[in-house]
Design a protein around this ligand. Structure first.
Ligand code: SOE
Length: 381
């Protein structure tokens, strides 16, 4: 069956642009969906870099101004892979132009801005999604399946960490390609929006809404040279953040993230303890789900390490044969596959902009709590 083309215009030619482009290129080789992504245009401010990116990933054309890309009648979907402070302007313009939108996380700089984006997208009625990719690691999706099946029972505890160590050196500058994540004017926040947002998205998906939070943050390196101004400037992001929370279902949450955990590159872990069973997951071993079931026979009871690679595991029948695992890049292929499948059914793909706004509401409450030194109620969205 010939597939319907879906013309993609990608804005931002960095790391996330690569992960998404790979998703578009791979999806039809492995997933039987009605649509075929066509890499129509890649957009980046630096023409030479955008051309090199477009050549490498085989985009048909190049733009250096996202406004031109958004105005092009041959673009169906705009994919936003730029720094956080540009998401709102591009997304709102794309919605007004009637384009579908796939936006990198976090949705926005803050809740107020995110709300404007949600209003524009919902007014335009365009299919949308936000790239919180870790939900689509098959082992994480399997954890959701176990929860939905009631295997864990009532949930008491949710614990998550996202630990990195790449900003420890005080000589590392802030600002510019890649390092915009250290510049609050481009990123909005530090680890809260960049890393904890992943943990929060997964937690909301697996364990429901968060009602209230109490947080602490720290900025260990107070000044860094700014790559754009060339001057030493104050660092205004949170280098580390830890928070406690109460979920609406009565369970307690404990979250920690830092870029100062020497020895950890990208250690995203979570553990959920229920009355009947517990699950835990570790990004460094992403194809495994650890599962402890109290119903097991007492003399053999213990943590099992499920190798999530069988045809009856989420997404896995589309890949290799049982026992052969997949990795990080496949989470993006899965998000594209789900986006295309849902498009065929006229639906947006979770997390939608509105669902990602709920993550933003928790991030804002966390940062407010850290600043004020008190518990904060999460604004319902
Ligand atoms: C930061 O180092 C980063 O690349 C995040 O921006 C991503 O969202 C995360 O998945 C990995 O770490």
């Amino acid at each position: 069956m010939s597939k319907k083309p879906l013309n993609i215009g990608l804005v931002g030619c960095g790391f996330m642009g690569r992960t998404h482009s790979n998703g578009y290129k791979r999806v039809n080789d492995f997933f039987d969906v009605e649509y075929r992504p066509v890499l129509k245009a890649a957009c980046g401010r630096n023409e030479a870099a955008a051309k090199a990116f477009a050549d490498k990933w085989q985009y048909e054309s190049v733009e250096t101004d996202w406004r031109k890309l958004v105005a092009r009648p041959d673009i169906d979907a705009v994919d936003i892979c730029t720094p956080n402070n540009t998401h709102a302007e591009i997304a709102i313009a794309a919605a007004e132009a009637g384009k579908m939108i796939l936006c990198e996380k976090p949705l926005s700089m803050d809740l107020v801005e995110g709300q404007k984006m949600v209003d524009a997208i919902e007014k335009a009625g365009v299919p949308n999604t936000v790239w919180y990719n870790y939900r689509r690691a098959p082992a994480v999706t399997l954890a959701r399946q176990f929860i939905d099946e009631g295997r864990l029972g009532k949930i008491f505890h949710y614990r998550a960490n996202f630990l990195q160590d790449w900003t420890i050196s005080a000589d590392l500058p802030q600002g510019g390609a890649g390092l915009w994540r250290l510049d609050a004017s481009a990123a909005g926040s530090g680890v809260t929006g960049d890393l904890l947002a992943h943990c929060i998205d997964t937690a909301l998906w697996l364990n429901g809404p968060i009602a209230s939070v109490t947080a602490m943050t720290e900025t260990f390196v107070k000044e860094r040279k700014h790559n754009l101004s060339g001057k030493v400037e104050p660092v205004k992001i949170d280098d580390a953040c830890a928070f406690l929370c109460r979920f609406e279902n009565g369970s307690l949450g404990l979250f920690e993230s830092t870029r100062y955990a020497r020895g950890h590159k990208a250690l995203y872990t979570f553990e959920i303890n229920g009355e009947n069973a517990s699950v835990k997951w570790d990004l460094h071993d992403l194809h495994r789900l650890q599962f402890f079931d109290y119903k097991d026979d007492s003399i053999t009871r213990g943590w099992r390490s499920i190798h999530v690679s069988d045809g009856d595991h989420p997404y896995m029948k589309n890949w290799w044969v049982p026992g052969l695992q997949i990795g990080y890049e496949h989470t993006f292929v899965h998000q594209v596959a789900d986006f295309l499948k849902n498009l065929g059914e006229g639906k947006s793909t979770s997390p939608t902009f509105r669902e990602a706004l709920a993550t933003q509401a928790v991030c804002d409450a966390v940062l407010d709590s850290a600043e004020l030194g008190q518990w904060q109620t999460v604004v319902p969205v």
